[in-house]
Write a protein that binds this ligand. Structure first.
Ligand code: NAP
Ligand code: ZN
Ligand code: ZN
Length: 350
């Protein structure tokens, strides 16, 4: 395959810079993809800066990928040249463990293969993500993109969309349920749109007063400034489910306090430093639950894309050239993104 142009972080402290590499030769079950758009997830920043202490440099981030199929291996049946496709956070898993058998590849008992910062199961080579002009991915981990949606706005669905869709489904978001979403960033704004489309009563919690009107436009029935104790007090003991997408360490007690009996607070935000343990009595007294959730399986990701196709849901994006990626990271750290940066990968072809 031809040289691929990409952007990579070479260590935890320096900016992303241009980086060329050659993807693996097409295997029988592989699809070759010309990448068109790639969303910028906060997890990209965490890993480019080694905040989870597991980065293998150079890191080519990007796991919210939309592109066009340009070649297929001899045993590929699911996709054809010319198809518009997506790739999310995983490119492989063991396919035999109980979790893989249930279509929960994200919980693969031997660890899924990350789209980047992972290791190819056959060769051990480090995987490189969607901040690249081209990729080669096993057909089983390639998704179909609904034709009626804007492809740039679809890209963030591949991580931010599925990471919020899966727990909303798991914990029964729907009519008659009061659902909270904490943080209006990439994940949070998708959580608001999806929970609303599922029919729940949606309350958005934000630390940014400037986002109140946007949150309502995106679908929230109510918006609460989480740093205002009086506003928080009005919702005590009332939520069936709260999904917390915050990318930084904070106190969980004020949110647990808002759950009704048997309610669940699920964490998807994965900050560099853990949250302090919440008060045990805050859980005991109302049989409340504190849980976590990791992206979603491949079948559920396709279900989510089809759901978004039916409901006309895409991400609200700011399209940037790759040359602006380092500024985008700094703005993301300041919660200054409305509501997902997406890289126009054509900027790497110029
Ligand atoms: P993002 O766009 O940066 O959004 C995070 C939001 O959290 C911000 O917009 C802000 O919302 C809020 N926030 C940030 N700092 C805060 C602070 N100090 N205190 C309170 N609120 C704060 O990030 P993202 O891409 O949505 O990702 C969010 C987190 O989820 C990241 O840690 C990421 O790694 C993780 N993640 C996990 C999974 C998974 O499978 N579990 C998948 C993808 C991403 P407001 O301005 O509204 O307060
Ligand atoms: Zn992500
Ligand atoms: Zn497995």
């Amino acid at each position: 395959m031809n040289i691929t142009h990409a952007y990579a972080a070479h260590d935890a402290k320096s900016a992303l810079v241009p980086f060329d590499y050659t993807p693996r030769a097409l295997r029988d079950h592989d699809v070759q993809i010309e990448v068109l758009f790639c969303g910028v997830c906060h997890s990209d920043l965490h890993q480019a800066r080694n905040e989870w202490n597991n980065s293998i440099f150079p890191v080519v981030p990007g796991h919210e990928i939309v592109g066009r199929v340009t070649a297929v291996g001899s045993h590929v049946s699911r996709h054809q040249v010319g198809d518009l496709v997506g790739v999310g956070c995983m490119v492989d898993s063991c396919r035999t463990c109980p979790s893989c058998d249930e279509g929960l590849e994200q919980y693969c008992e031997s660890g899924f293969t990350g789209t980047y910062n992972g290791q190819d199961r056959q060769t051990g080579a480090i995987t490189y993500g969607g901040y690249s002009t081209a990729m080669v991915v096993d057909q089983d981990f390639v998704l179909r993109v609904p034709a009626n949606l804007d492809p740039a706005g679809v890209a963030p669905l591949l991580c931010a969309g599925i990471t919020t869709y899966s727990p909303l489904r798991q914990w029964g978001a729907g009519p008659g349920k009061k659902v909270g979403i904490v943080g209006l960033g990439g994940l949070g704004h998708m959580g608001v749109k999806l929970a609303r489309a599922m029919g729940a009563h949606v309350v958005l919690f934000t630390t940014s007063a400037s986002k109140v009107e946007d949150a309502k436009r995106l679908g929230a029935h109510e918006v609460v400034i989480s740093r205002n104790p009086e506003e928080m007090a009005q919702h005590v003991n009332s939520f069936d489910f709260i999904l917390n997408t915050v990318a930084a360490q904070h106190d969980l007690n004020p949110f647990l306090n808002l759950l009704r009996r048997d309610g669940t607070l699920t964490l998807v935000g994965a900050p560099e430093h853990d949250h302090p343990s919440p008060q045990v009595f805050n859980l005991i007294m109302k049989r409340r639950r504190l849980a976590g959730s990791l992206i979603g399986g491949i079948a559920e990701t396709q279900e989510m894309l089809d759901f978004c196709g039916q409901h006309g849901i895409t991400s609200d994006i700011e399209l940037i050239p790759m040359q602006q990626i380092n500024e985008a990271y700094e703005r993301m750290l300041k919660s200054d993104v409305k509501y997902r940066f997406v890289v126009d990968i054509n900027s790497l072809r110029a």
